[in-house]
Write a protein that binds this ligand. Structure first.
Ligand code: MF3
Ligand code: CO
Length: 257
């Protein structure tokens, strides 16, 4: 019987060191953005901060120009799920929740992370959604161990999010990462334990649950990028870049949230 070939690469120590540098730039930049994210600031201004913080650290934006994406940062507000395109006329308001997603590269190696934060004071429903999405990511990351299967990560995320009365987006998924922003395998936020490819030490994954307070459906706006919930409910997004090892998962974007 033919076994299914997988093209999932494992990375060397040198490669992981460069990914770690890229991830540190992503984390530092996202932290600067979180400090700047106050009522009144536009998402275009956040994008300029992101670009300058990345470049002054000698790294490159990973999203700008990727499949034609027009900015450095994805800034998605409230019912926007991901790929919110920064705009001069989109200003943050007190009580918004803001998802910031950012990628950078150093010497051709990539890091990618995301987080959702409250602008000023968010409502209890929004805080619960953010907590659920972050916990779902943590549950998924904990399953990123050599010998486990990809579906173990997916199932852990889905189980937690749905167990908290939320839903996971199906149309957008996590991914392998390293020499490119997106590598094999796709890392869905839904699935069955024990299914999918077996994880090996040295695999590098961007795990990124998008969790909706209402139903899982999404649609993309006329700008061709911004994905919003179909039912208008709030959405939250957390992402880490993670290395599978023979022991505990190594989170290269650790310390972000
Ligand atoms: N973290 C998201 C992803 O990996 C953001 C990509 S934005 C894009 O899909 F502009 F690069 F597409
Ligand atoms: Co990603």
């Amino acid at each position: 019987m033919m076994l299914k070939e997988t093209r999932i690469e494992t990375k060397s120590g040198r490669e992981l060191a460069l990914m770690r540098e890229a991830c540190a730039v992503v984390v530092e930049t996202l932290k600067a953005l979180a400090r700047a994210a106050a009522p009144g600031i536009s998402t275009a201004e956040l994008d300029r901060i992101a670009a300058s913080e990345i470049r002054r650290r000698g790294a490159k934006p990973a999203f700008l120009g990727y499949r034609g994406y027009p900015a450095t940062l994805c800034a998605s507000i409230n019912e926007e799920v991901i790929h919110g395109v920064p705009r001069e006329d989109r200003r943050l308001k007190d009580g918004d929740i803001l998802s910031l997603d950012l990628g950078a590269s150093v010497d051709g190696y990539f890091g990618d992370a995301a987080m959702t934060l409250a602008v000023g004071e968010a409502r209890a429903e929004a805080r619960k959604l953010m907590r659920t999405a972050k916990e779902a990511l943590e549950k998924g990351v904990a399953c990123a161990r050599a010998g486990n299967r990809l579906g173990d990560i997916s199932a852990a995320i889905q189980l937690h999010a749905e167990g908290c009365g939320c839903s996971v987006v199906r149309e957008f998924v996590g991914h392998g990462i390293g020499r490119a922003l997106h590598e094999d395998p796709a890392v869905p936020n839904f699935g069955k334990p024990g299914a999918g490819v077996r994880l090996r030490a040295g695999m590098t994954l961007a795990i990124e649950p998008m969790v909706n307070a209402g139903g899982p459906g999404v649609r993309v706006l006329e700008d061709g990028w911004t994905a919003v919930t179909a039912d208008g409910s709030l959405s939250a997004h957390f992402e880490h870049t993670v290395v599978v090892t023979d022991g505990d998962p190594l989170v290269l974007t650790e310390g972000l949230f």
